[in-house]
Write a protein that binds this ligand. Sequence first.
Ligand code: LMR
Length: 394
Amino acid sequence: MFENLKAQPADKILALMQAYKEDPRDTKIDLGVGVYKNAEGVTPVMRAIKAAEKRLWEEETTKSYVALAGDPAFSDALIALVLGDAVERANVAAAATPGGTGAVRHAFEMARMANPDVRVFVSDPTWPNHLSILKFMGLPTISYRYFDNATGAVNFEGMLEDLSQAKKGDLVLLHGCCHNPSGANLNLTQWQAVVDLLLKTGATPMIDIAYQGFGDGLEDDAAGTRLVASSIPECLIAASCSKNFGVYRERTGLLMAVSQDASARKLNQGTLAYLNRQNFSFPPDHGARLVTMVLTDEDLRADWAAELEDVRKGMLDLREQLASELQRLSGSDRFGFIAQHRGMFSRLGCSPEQVETLRADHGIYMVGDSRLNIAGLNKTTVPILAKAIIDSGI
Ligand code: LMR
């Protein structure tokens, strides 16, 4: 039977990760997969997570099942982190999922259950796995203009023009902050314009928020998501804890469905639990429990927020360094957008051939669309990258 299988295309980001591992050059620089690394190239376990883990080991008395939608305390804590007091807790249905990707997949499933003809509007570009999952599910996608390679900024007019084609029953996928892969984000005035347009079209927003705290801070990074959740009758929000809590391999995410009233919430809650049961039954608990412990303990939370803030500022410093080094070498401001972008990624806007030259000639690994992971750099490698960019004619 299995001889009938067709080979599937490798995920570009994960294939790059593998190619980097296999490269014997000791000067190689990994700017590929979206994993935070400190100046020593290490992805640390955050201090508060480590402390929570120790406490959990001492206190946990059972590994029995928790609940289909995960521990309600995790939902409460993460809803509060993402949504603040933008909406009534009673109107939010939520289920823990294996990572943010699990939440994304469920959100698409839920939209299709509600409307078998759903069309999903996705930014051009978007995280490649959004497209891959949508293709796998056979859902029609419509891309809307988002990133302008020429300016390194959002093509906001184009975005609004394309989104005006959406209609009731469509899903519009937005990145809550730190847009992946471009690094270019909406300001709050632009979020408001998107909200107004969505209200006009009747389309349902879905927000993927995977980098809260990596851009302008925990509160600012959630501002657009909160605006959407408080202004539009219904929305879906897929949140990931992989990056901001550094619990990548624990697969810790939450899907939230925000509605207008408690009876809609009940239906949504049942649907989310059903989706968990059909796909994997109970969601992973370990990472969710650690995150809950950190968010509900004053000292752990303060320490986590401080460490996250250091991570964020470190990435901002690297952005500024890289932009100014490129300005010095190129004698122009054309790379100024790198300092304006937020989060882990920036898209350089160069060709796949130039990305390949950087890899082949300089051992610099970035995703083929010219997305670079800022956190893969340090003070020593910034000038090396800047020189390689200029030497490659970018
Ligand atoms: C990325 O975009 O590199 C991360 O979200 C990791 C992944 O799974 O692709």
